[in-house]
Design a protein around this ligand. Structure first.
Ligand SMILES: [Zn+2]
Length: 388
């Protein structure tokens, strides 16, 4: 393994992710001197971020003292805003949920009303967990639209009227800590990765009304130059029958205009099915209705042709499907697998896993918590905190 940085932040990361359990492990991992490692570990213990446990196994001589990450050194707030819901959780620094609450809300009520409600729920869950606003180290917020990550301001979000350029972090000023805001797909992708530090390459594809993709490279969200990486819903897809469909973005034959939830409902109604929501189409497919099954499977095939190209380009370990249409499960996955395995190159497809999320309702909150924790415990931020 390559020799890595031995900053306090880097040492903390090694312990948090389980790569090191003692000072000796840290010396071996970083190549730094025993004195340097000991001094920085002492700083981290003084900052309450590391604690000493019992003795580990000895390989001769005095057994080493076990180092543990103190995940109760503070807490973070996780805010998951959906088109029709607000969910807030408070978690410890390993993303264990301590208290959570949420309910239906219309995001179109605008930022002032919706964020005031999110803040009210935040104060409620903090009180429930026996924590004070001063314990909050960072806030993570997921929103259903594009966001400029560096400022936390939505950028022309199509389903969030009144939110364009609104400074979301200002709504959480009372906590006096960093506030990180990102689009829901990136946040869910982090949540799907579950624990920080997993070094996998994963695509998390949300198939709801629209279609979006969170790109995880080496365990971290890849946002691209302007933050719009993974916007796969508007990739052009040729139709076998030469049909053209105009997308809400104004272009023709975008993936989501052909295979998103809105398209499924449109095609189901056109086929004479007695349905008025995408959820009903998905439920019919899940119960084995032949017509609904065929529609969902076709949507899967179309999504699969785009994913096959992404697999050739990106060679992920895993593709995880989430969102309302993904709840159809087997028929959607079957369509996607069929297209991916037919079109992707064998080397890239050989050990690729394609699965549906186990916890689609939880991944938004978990991801928002992980985003906040990653920001608070970023190596630079830890280095600054312990040298104060
Ligand atoms: Zn489009």
């Amino acid at each position: 393994m390559a020799i890595s940085s031995a900053s306090a932040g880097a040492l903390l990361r090694h312990v948090r992710t389980g790569r090191a359990r003692s000072r000796a492990d840290l010396v071996a991992l970083t190549g730094a001197s025993r004195n340097t490692v000991s001094a920085r570990v002492d700083q981290l213990i003084a900052a309450n971020l590391l604690e000493e446990g019992g003795r580990g196994w000895s390989t001769g001589g005095r057994p080493p003292t076990i180092l543990r990450f103190n995940s109760r050194a503070g807490c973070v707030l996780a805010v998951d805003l959906g088109a029709t819901s607000v969910d807030v959780a408070v978690t410890d620094l390993s993303a264990q949920i301590l208290a959570t609450d949420g309910h239906r809300i219309d995001i179109a009520e605008g930022p002032v009303a919706v964020l005031a409600e999110a803040d009210r729920l935040a104060q409620k869950v903090l009180a429930e967990a026996g924590l004070a606003p001063a314990d909050v180290c960072a806030v993570g917020v997921g929103v259903p639209g594009p966001v400029e990550f560096s400022t936390g301001r939505p950028s022309h979000p199509p389903i969030m009227p009144g939110w364009h350029d609104y400074p979301i972090p200002s709504a959480f000023g009372r906590y006096g800590c960093p506030v990180y805001v990102d689009n829901d797909v990136n946040v869910m992708a982090l949540g799907e990765m579950g624990i920080a530090g997993s070094m996998q390459d994963v695509l998390v594809v949300k198939v709801g009304t629209g279609i979006g993709c969170g790109v995880i490279v080496d365990g971290q969200v890849y946002r691209g130059a302007q933050g719009s990486a993974g916007d796969i819903g508007h990739i052009y897809v040729a139709q076998p029958d030469g049909r053209t469909v105009v997308c809400r973005c104004g272009n023709e034959n975008c993936l989501e205009a052909i295979a998103g939830g809105g398209a499924l409902l449109r095609d189901a109604v056109a086929a004479g099915m007695p349905v008025s929501t995408v959820r009903e189409v998905v439920e019919r497919a899940a119960h084995g209705d032949g017509q609904a099954l065929e529609l969902v499977r076709n949507a899967g095939r179309t999504i699969g042709t785009v994913l096959a190209a992404l697999v050739n380009f990106f060679n992920p370990h895993r593709i995880v499907l989430t969102g309302g249409v993904a709840q159809a499960g087997v028929p959607l996955i079957a369509g996607i697998r069929e297209a991916v395995y037919r079109r992707a190159m064998p080397l890239a497809a050989r050990s690729l896993e394609i699965t549906v999320s186990d916890a689609p309702d939880l991944s938004g909150r978990l991801g928002a918590a992980l985003m906040a924790i990653e920001g608070f415990l970023a190596e630079d931020a830890v280095d600054q905190a312990v040298s104060r």
